[in-house]
Design a binder for this molecule. Structure first.
Ligand SMILES: Nc1nc2c(ncn2[C@@H]2O[C@H](COP(=O)(O)OP(=O)(O)O)[C@@H](O)[C@H]2O)c(=O)[nH]1
Ligand SMILES: [Mg+2]
Ligand SMILES: [Zn+2]
Length: 287
């Protein structure tokens, strides 16, 4: 039998098989190999009175923080206000998500709270849409059909800064339970209610991991080539640069820089890319 691990409590694994959650243990030989993580597809069998996991199937991707495998998509949760909307953070998270071989979806929350900044935030949203990103607006307590459809049959990781509305989003779509949300003042400080362990919540026929997800620290593990490859805005343009390994920085005849001038490549995304490029290049000089 093949099922998917949706919960781990010490050495007991909950495996979803034909809509039923089956409690399993790891069989002897598998414990010596890879660690089983949430999201893993596993082969399991019944032995006497209990079920045992015998094999982990190959993973399509894996995240370290949180420990989770076979993630179908990552939702980058960004609030319009409190904390302020930040293209820089969205673009950094997109680079990390793309690099992990996971599809990014941007979800903008708290537009209802945003009055004087609404025009500015909407301009950014249009810019993402024009650049081919999936970007969805979500309001606390209001269900959005597009999001319901996206959650279906998938494992979704939520990422974004504290206070952006990750727990609120889950609570909006899952009425079975209440996940702890916190007042903004506490969320911004390092409160002790910060989500730490990996757990998947059933949300609209899919599973969602409510965890801090990616962080800028993850750039430690990326090189310049990988950063460039993770900017989806450059797809369809980078092959026209004069140099095959063009970093679109100081090189002449660069199709990306020409695209920014001609407004076929987003200038915002280009600037944010150069910032990350500099972080990664400086890191290299240190060693
Ligand atoms: N007005 C409004 N408030 C929201 C919205 N989404 C989240 N909030 C509030 O923002 C605060 C932080 O939300 P929370 O879900 O705990 O953020 P998390 O740290 O990302 O999990 C809470 O007080 C929520 O009630 C929204 O769409 N509109
Ligand atoms: Mg939360
Ligand atoms: Zn170039």
């Amino acid at each position: 039998m093949v099922g998917r691990v949706v919960k781990i409590i010490s050495n007991q694994f909950e495996v979803l098989y034909e809509n039923e959650a089956i409690k399993c243990v790891a069989m002897g030989k598998i414990r010596l190999q890879k660690q089983i993580v949430v999201g893993d597809f596993v082969e399991f069998e019944k032995f006497d009175s209990q079920y045992g996991i015998q094999k982990i199937l190959p993973r399509t991707n894996e995240m370290i923080r949180p420990m989770i495998a076979n993630v179908d998509q990552a939702m980058i949760i960004m609030s319009a206000v409190e904390p302020d909307f930040s293209c820089q953070l969205i673009d950094r998270l997109c680079i990390l998500v793309n690099h992990a071989n996971i599809k990014p979806i941007i979800v903008v929350t708290k537009l209802d709270k945003c009055d004087k900044d609404l025009v500015r935030v909407n301009r950014y949203i249009d810019d993402y849409r024009k650049s081919g990103y999936k970007i969805i607006c979500a309001t606390k307590g209001v269900k959005n059909l597009e999001l319901i459809e996206l959650f279906k049959d998938k494992i979704t990781v939520l990422t974004g800064q504290s206070g952006a509305g990750k727990s609120t989003l889950i609570n909006t779509y899952n009425t079975d339970f209440e996940i702890h949300t916190q007042p903004i003042s506490k969320a911004l400080g390092r409160g002790k209610h910060t989500t730490r362990h990996t757990q998947l919540f059933k949300v609209c026929d899919g599973y969602v991991a409510d965890t801090p997800g990616f962080s800028s620290l993850d750039f430690e593990f990326m090189n310049v080539t990988e950063v460039e490859a993770a900017v989806s805005d450059f797809n369809g343009h980078r092959d026209n640069c004069k140099f095959r390994d063009c970093k679109h920085h100081n090189e002449p005849n660069c199709a990306i820089k020409e695209g920014v001038e001609a407004k076929t490549v987003s200038k915002i995304r280009y600037i944010n890319y150069i910032d990350v490029l500099k972080i990664v290049m400086n890191k290299k000089e240190k060693y």
